[in-house]
Design a protein around this ligand. Structure first.
Ligand code: LIP
Length: 267
């Protein structure tokens, strides 16, 4: 399988979905917004973006399964599966702030290609397993910072009522006491990409795998570490939802901060 060609298709469709979503984004004050659950929004742009991506990919790869955020998955008898978040950072989007489009291709339990596009910033991230991660053509590597006082750590606030792991604010307070900065980027996928390129030293959040599959590949390919909050590999995070990605120094620092969080074991 030549994943180079697949990657070019992923980049092309991410750009198309970027152009489509930008037309809605530019009139964000007037968007009609649906509420799916606590702090969980959807607009026509999310649905149109997913349908555009799904159609484009099915025309070229009709036998591969598809999981997106907005519609039921399409199951095919294939080891390949698309994981698509048509707008990651919907709250940002409906408020006129940076959002991303995330497309990952899985073969079995491995992510083989990932693409992430931030249309307002025109930043296109991509990675091929084993061949590095790139932003607009430049190879990415995680931050080299080792001084905790200089760490810039990304996170997200827990959704009320949907939190699996209590104590988020106490944890944030303990981390904030030691590090240089805390940032909420507002898109889990973009937060991973920022770790891969060094804007963030590390990032942690309770968040879903569809949103972050591409982002995780960027971090791995850029020399970072990806685990759950207890140091178990990405295949365990997939089921615990507790993501930790960072450069090696920030990873060690954050793991220590999580050591007392009651651990959930995957089914
Ligand atoms: C969400 C991101 C948000 C993050 C959540 C989730 P959605 O995705 O926007 O920044 O905190 O964990 O990833 O709902 O916008 O696709």
């Amino acid at each position: 399988m030549n994943y180079e060609t697949v990657l070019q298709d992923m980049i092309a469709v991410a750009r198309e979905a970027g152009a489509l979503t930008l037309t809605h984004f530019r009139r964000f004050r007037d968007l009609e917004i649906g509420i799916k659950g606590p702090a969980d929004f959807v607009s026509d742009a999310d649905r149109e973006s997913e349908l555009l991506i799904r159609k484009y990919l099915f025309e070229r790869y009709p036998d591969w399964s598809f999981t997106g955020e907005e519609f039921d998955p399409v199951e095919k008898d294939s080891e390949h599966r698309w994981l698509v978040d048509p707008i990651d950072g919907t709250t940002n989007f409906i408020n006129g702030m940076d959002y991303t489009i995330s497309i990952a291709l899985r073969r079995g339990s491995e992510t083989v290609c990932g693409v992430l596009y931030n249309p307002p910033a025109d930043e296109m991230f991509w990675a091929l397993k084993g061949q590095g991660a790139f932003l607009n053509g430049e190879r990415l590597s995680v931050s080299r910072r080792t001084d905790v006082g200089l760490f810039n750590i990304g996170t997200g606030l827990p959704t009320p009522g949907l939190q699996l792991y209590p104590g988020a604010y106490e944890r944030l307070d303990a981390i904030r006491a030691d590090v240089g900065g805390i940032r909420i980027v507002g898109s889990a996928a973009n937060s991973c990409a920022y770790v891969a390129m060094g804007r963030l030293t590390g990032y942690y959040e309770e968040t879903g795998f569809t949103d972050t599959a591409a982002g995780i590949l960027f971090v791995e390919e850029a020399g970072g570490i990806v685990t759950d909050w207890w140091g178990r590999g990405p295949e365990v995070y997939e089921r615990t939802g507790a993501l930790l990605v960072a450069n090696p120094a920030a990873h060690a620092f954050l793991l220590e901060k999580f050591k007392d969080v009651p651990r959930k074991d995957p089914k």
